[in-house]
Design a protein around this ligand. Sequence first.
Ligand SMILES: Cc1ncc(C[n+]2csc(CCOP(=O)(O)OP(=O)(O)O)c2C)c(N)n1
Length: 345
Amino acid sequence: MLQILNPSGELLDDPPMDVDLARRLFRAMVTARQYDRKAASIQKQGRLATYAPFEGQEAAQIGSAAALRQDDWMVATYRDAAAMWMHGCPWTHLLLTRMGDERGGSPPEGVPVLPPSITVGAHMLHAVGLAWAARLQGSDRAAVTYFGDGATSEGDFHEAMNFAGVYRTPTIFVCQNNQYAISLSRRRQTASATIAGKADAYGVPGVLVDGNDLFAMYRATGEALSRAREGQGATLIEALTYRLGPHTTGDDPSRYRDEEEVEEWRAKDPLERVRRYLATEGAWDEGWETAIAEAAHEEVDEAVEEAEALPPLAPVGIFEAMFAEMTPELAQQQRWLLDSRHGPA
Ligand SMILES: Cc1ncc(C[n+]2csc(CCOP(=O)(O)OP(=O)(O)O)c2C)c(N)n1
């Protein structure tokens, strides 16, 4: 398993970034954690529909997303807000997706992030398609897709990996193995020793990475991207990590896992090890962390205010959100709803 920064914050290899970038990414992880906790908390007040927390997975998401080029595609899931934000999708949009507001799925112009997939696994194929299109266009753009351990049991995973292998598409598959697919443990998900090992069957390199290690995630993704841009095709990265919170705000994890297990993983917290590393380098102090945490708090609060201040989307708007031009079926359904006999428009 690739590990550069161990849980005590000690370097096991050369760091893949300078201290300035490590500080910036630490700050990004602090901001992401603030967002995650805020979103879970406002969901309890009925201000979001449901929310899928990513606490514990910050390094897997921020470390990998930080290695991307601004024009690379990102195709992720409901749990990947930190990665999507890191790639330019505003918190406001991410909140809107959790409010059931279709406008959340359209990030600002020039942000190549697809709406988060709720359908487990289906989006990996979109990432392969986007990467293949980039290749056909002669560009060296890549596409990264995020998914969980559970998604690797979907047929879509096989189809996406197989296609990516045969056509050597520049796709980076980032599996965040957070040990559970809702209540189903990784052990019951697959008899395969690792998920990374599955890549062999598709003729694609697979790497097992400590997903709680910011440096290892950054390096593994950077190497996969270089290969992709050189025409050497896809890579599967298995980021070994842990979901510290519930599957969603509607889940009670105490029904299927022990608190001891959670504590074991909490000791491998992705933020703590970077904090320790920076402190050793003389690049961290409590005052700085308090200041960045306060700034993060404000940034997240502003996003919540902005999302909640938007006038509600008229129900007819949902038909216009999917395609540049509505299909005849959608247009017909929209007309049906607009007909005052069938409900509010
Ligand atoms: C095709 C499909 N089947 C089932 C579900 C219900 N469902 C939502 S999340 C989830 C578990 C996914 O686990 P995993 O892929 O490991 O990702 P994680 O939620 O742990 O990030 C399931 C079964 C769904 N959304 N889509």
